[in-house]
Ligand binder design. Sequence first.
Ligand code: NAI
Length: 354
Amino acid sequence: MLIVLHGNPNLLPMKLIYFNGGPEEKAMLHKALPDVTVEVVEDQLNSETIQLARDAQIISAYVFAPIDTKALAQMPELEMIATRSAGHDHIDLATCRQRGIVVSNVPNYGERTVAEHTFALILALSRRMVPSLQRTEKMNFDRAGLTGFDLSGKTLGVIGMGNIGKNVARIGHCFEMRILAYDQVHDDDFATAHGVTYVTAVGELLERSDIITLHLPYTKATHHTINRDNVTKVKRGALLINTARGGLVDTQALLWGLNEGLISGAGLDVLEEEKDAFDRIEFMSRKSPSYEELATLLRNHLLVARDDVLITPHNAFNSTEAVQRIFDTTVLNIQAYLASNPINEVTTTAARNT
Ligand code: NAI
């Protein structure tokens, strides 16, 4: 049997800590990585569970775990991060590069999955699904105030026409919507085949769209793509959908747009600084949260309390099929790293924190 000694000074097998896992994954990992010491941790990577990874060479976690400078300092033996996500803005890539830590992601597992979730949010808002269900649960079958609107004939503005954006456009085209797109790269063949018109400025897309949906990665350049300056351009009554990253939208601008009635509803799978909303205990135990961190937490609470905002818990990726694809690619990523031939390596220039 081949024992993988890769870089380990104690000549022991490499250790993988696999966060957010269960017995099924454990069995599959043992089979797929027989030469690695695998420990599966049910909880996510956080300030407590990170202790389990202090002597690990490889970790695998979802996107909810901030793998920042502080976290990396607590894992001195780390050689590889197999993130179970497409996005990688939660990882301090600059430090990884300095330390020679390989970061591999799962680039294509859920373009249809996330696009379907995007439409779940759109349809829930357009057909007043939540108030309808709340009413019928109480045996109230009154339709007053539940009038929705047709998607057919409306304009869908897709910001970020990559893998997910294109699948959103495909679905929108099937609903007989007009599709506008904003992206730094134009795919003219795709546009012709799916009735997509590219615009050259976000502002134009905001002015012309009945539903605006974000599918950009989160980088320095895309931070607050929707902001206090351009939210004024939103067509009155439009819906805003964000299944990409919270930081693409300035929450203060979104609240302003909702209060002004410019934005009639929002469907959000992601929130700005969502880790603080998800893990309030960790937030409260932080020594001195900044004014901005406190303000964003408060604004997220205001969003949650609104009837015109639907929020799902960063769950767009979470279908049985997509989770299986994530697992399979993660195993391939780790196997490739162990064979000294890493695949799906994340570039170190794209992330916001580089
Ligand atoms: P992708 O890389 O295929 O597409 C991104 C598109 O954005 C590309 O077409 C690119 O040209 C464009 N772009 C990037 N920077 C730009 C800029 N500054 N200006 C204009 N266009 C720019 O990515 P994909 O697979 O479509 O995913 C998009 C994002 O969705 C991911 O980065 C991730 O943050 C998020 N995501 C969210 C999930 C969830 O569960 N909520 C699951 C998977 C991804």
